[in-house]
Write a protein that binds this ligand. Structure first.
Ligand SMILES: Nc1nc2c(c(=O)[nH]1)N[C@H]1C(S)=C(S)[C@@H](COP(=O)(O)OP(=O)(O)OC[C@H]3O[C@@H](n4cnc5c(=O)[nH]c(N)nc54)[C@H](O)[C@@H]3O)O[C@H]1N2
Ligand SMILES: Nc1nc2c(c(=O)[nH]1)N[C@H]1C(S)=C(S)[C@@H](COP(=O)(O)OP(=O)(O)OC[C@H]3O[C@@H](n4cnc5c(=O)[nH]c(N)nc54)[C@H](O)[C@@H]3O)O[C@H]1N2
Ligand SMILES: [Mo]
Length: 665
């Protein structure tokens, strides 16, 4: 904290699930945060993204949850204010009753993910783990297949410093829309362009990022593995690959298999004429180094993992790995330098794949899940398999949801617990793409009766132990500072080039200091080599059918993060907007800006039609989270992706392998 122009200035880092993880400064006067801005240290921008208004509004919004409430008859909307004592006592007694009934803590289930990934928020896992083996979600909807791909090929997930874009001659933005989902990366892309780099966007949708590129490849959804294969095939056939056999395994086998694979079906999978492949191959040859940024949209298909592995191979076999400006950048697990002691990890937790929560709940019967704790999460809006999840909900005897505001999920809870924002608590965060970590120091005291997830864990621990001594071993006596002390081990401090976590009060630091990974061709795999994938016998690209003739793509929004758009709700359309090519729409008697029904075997969703000329006629596009009612995921059966188990103990979700039909309402 420091003073500037009569303001108290505090340091923060946006703790949302985002590539950019912007360091922020909050300017507080008279006990009120008047404004926030980006912290210029470490090359970050002073201008925050368009979610800035939502970030501050989530502190002061009139609809913010400020005290615990109980809902008499779940889903009725009949909420009654209760005290923290009553809320915690009710939950503690239910936990003890279930433990006694089932002689186990397994009926207690935690579903936690994306709201706030900061270190001390893992206290909820810690509190659960202190009760014995419980049921918890594992895996991630974001990026598990890609994480596995990079782990298998390189041995670890590391990205280059964003400034490496400036060293690139060719930048391929592959299934990523940074103009929306990582706006603070765009200036580096523009700067690279000014320095002569060519920018290619590969996406089935003509995105905002595509508009800024030199070339746009309008690929068929899920056709990326085929595209990477065709490029490798072409370059190999003309003897244009350049790599050192000593630090690669599987290259010969992969290339032999590719040589045998006929080009025609691959071309069909991409939806491109052969000339486009020739053109791209030539671009790669003429422009070295090539910097590929693989997005998470790219791997939300059933062969998402294989796709990224083939792109890795393309980059490796063209000599683009481990050099300035090169690489395949996907995600960085640099935050693994922390031991996450606060979680009190144990080996006997019963895990449910977060991407298939409904089926997990359904399958677990010995004993069944009876208490659900939702934190940092809105499963009833964001999950696949929603129909089944809703059907299973009544089996839950107590649903507790900790959140800042009412969501689709809190509305179906019995007790809501109001949580603090990043401006009202001490914590440390660093994300999965940019390499910085920073402190969140409290700018203001918690508003109303809100409490941090850590404080909630402490309260529950104490009450449980009062009612039944020895129930919880969560170290509730530790202060926030002491919990941080335990995470900042000598190894973590060394990696961060700091002595103690309090050094973060001076500004953000980096968890990586080298400009790019795999210098000198040294990899983190067991044998130190890059591992080429092998080709499966069959390629699996899911395609529309006669009954459901449209790919249903639901990527991330510019204006808000996932389902979090509460303070802007009034600006959102009631029903999701679905974009469709006018010719495709008119053939089905749809009218622009008129209501319609999108459906498939999972169910029906009311939508509003928007004609869009630049969209492929077999795609229906809708932006997730961009309506009041939502419901898009009702249509998503939850098809798993090929990889994810290795790094996250659960497969990913093919969010974009969904097929639908549409009719006027
Ligand atoms: N503003 C904002 N920023 C965010 C988020 C947000 O909701 N809003 N969410 C955050 C989170 S949780 C995540 S996971 C990331 C996601 O951010 P991104 O990695 O950008 O992922 P998506 O938005 O899912 O999809 C990116 C692009 O992939 C394209 N795509 C779909 N299928 C295919 C395909 O088969 N091949 C190719 N080549 N492209 C395809 C989509 O059309 C889309 O343009 O963003 C984070 N940042
Ligand atoms: N159709 C479709 N569905 C998708 C996707 C898609 O591309 N298309 N993308 C998927 C992806 S990649 C993701 S990451 C998921 C995201 O799904 P979720 O992880 O459910 O993310 P959010 O909708 O952001 O919900 C997070 C909730 O946490 C709350 N929260 C914020 N801070 C705190 C805190 O400190 N404590 C507590 N207890 N709560 C807090 C927020 O208010 C919010 O309600 O959605 C997935 N769903
Ligand atoms: Mo995500």
């Amino acid at each position: 904290m420091f003073l500037q122009d009569n303001y108290q200035v505090t340091r923060h880092i946006c703790p949302r699930n985002c590539y950019d993880s912007c360091p922020m400064l909050a300017f507080t006067r008279g006990g009120k945060i008047e404004y926030i801005k980006g912290d210029k240290q470490d090359g970050a921008s002073e201008r925050l993204c368009s979610k800035q208004a939502e970030i501050l509004a989530s502190v002061y919004h009139p609809q913010r949850l400020l005290y615990p409430q109980r809902q008499i008859v779940r889903g009725s909307g009949n909420w009654q204010r209760i005290s923290w004592d009553e809320a915690i006592d009710t939950i503690a007694r239910k936990i003890l009753e279930l433990k006694e009934r089932y002689h186990s803590a397994l009926p207690l289930c935690l579903n936690k993910y994306s709201g706030n990934f900061s270190l001390l928020h893992y206290a909820i896992e810690g509190m659960f783990n202190s009760l014995g083996p419980t049921t918890q979600t594992t895996g991630t909807p974001c990026f598990s297949s890609g994480l596995d791909a990079q782990k298998l090929d390189f041995g670890a997930n590391e990205t280059a410093d964003i400034r490496q874009l400036l060293e690139a001659k060719l930048i391929i933005l592959w299934g990523i829309n940074p103009a929306w989902t990582s706006v603070h990366s765009m200036p580096f892309i523009y700067a690279a362009k000014e320095r002569g780099a060519k920018v290619v966007v590969i996406d089935p949708v003509y995105t905002e990022t595509a508009r800024k590129a030199d070339y746009f490849i309008e690929l068929r959804p899920g056709g990326d593995a085929a595209l990477a294969l065709l490029l490798l095939k072409k370059l190999a056939a003309y003897n244009k690959l350049s790599y050192n056999e000593d630090n690669i395994t599987g290259a010969k086998e992969l290339l032999a298999a590719i040589a045998k694979t006929p080009a025609r079906p691959l071309l069909k999978a991409t939806g491109q004429p052969a000339a486009v492949i020739d053109f791209l191959a030539e671009l790669i040859l003429q422009n070295h180094p090539m910097h590929i940024w693989c997005g998470y949209g790219l791997q939300r298909h059933i062969q998402g993992g294989l796709t990224i592995r083939l792109i890795d191979a393309l980059s490796m076999l063209t000599g683009n790995i481990g050099i300035p400006g090169g690489g395949v950048n996907f995600a960085d697990t640099g935050m693994d330098i922390f031991p996450y002691r606060i979680m009190q990890k144990r080996s006997d937790t019963r895990f449910i794949n977060i991407n298939n929560f409904a089926q997990g709940l359904h399958n677990l019967n010995a004993p069944p899940v009876k208490l659900l704790w939702i934190a940092c999460r809105n499963p009833l809006r964001q999950d696949a398999g929603l129909t089944e999840l809703k059907e299973l909900w009544p089996q839950l005897e107590l649903v507790v949801a900790a959140d800042k505001i009412m969501t689709h999920s809190t509305q179906m809870a019995d007790i809501v617990l109001p949580v603090t924002t990043e401006f009202e608590e001490l914590d440390v965060y660093g994300a999965y793409f940019r390499h910085r970590i920073s402190i969140n120091e409290p700018a203001i005291p918690p508003r109303g009766e809100t409490k941090s997830d850590l404080e909630i864990a402490r309260l529950l621990t104490r009450r449980l132990n009062e009612l039944a001594p020895g129930t919880s071993t969560f170290p509730a006596q530790l202060t926030d500072e002491e919990f941080l002390d335990a995470e900042f081990t000598p190894e973590a401090c060394q990696a961060l080039h700091i002595k103690k976590w309090q050094d973060l009060y001076n500004g953000p630091v980096r968890f990586r200091y080298q400009p790019f990974p795999w210098a000198g061709g040294k990899f983190a795999t067991e044998d130190g080599k890059f591992h080429c994938c092998s080709l499966p016998d069959n390629f699996s690209q899911l395609l529309p059918s006669e009954e459901y003739p449209f790919h249903f793509l639901t990527p991330h929004s510019q204006e808000h993060i996932n389902g979090q758009s509460y303070t802007q709700q009034h600006k959102l359309p009631e029903y999701p907007l679905v974009y469709i090519h006018p010719a495709a729409g008119q053939a089905l008697h749809l009218q622009d800006k008129h209501p319609a029904i999108v459906w498939n075997e999972q169910g029906e969703v009311p939508v509003s039609v928007q004609f869009r000329e630049d969209l492929s006629p077999d795609i229906i596009l809708s932006i997730q989270g961009a309506s009041q009612k939502g419901g898009l995921n009702l249509l998503n059966a939850g098809v798993p992706t090929d990889l994810g188990l290795l790094t996250t103990a659960a497969s990913g979700l093919a969010f974009y392998d969904v097929f639908v039909n549409i009719r006027p309402k």
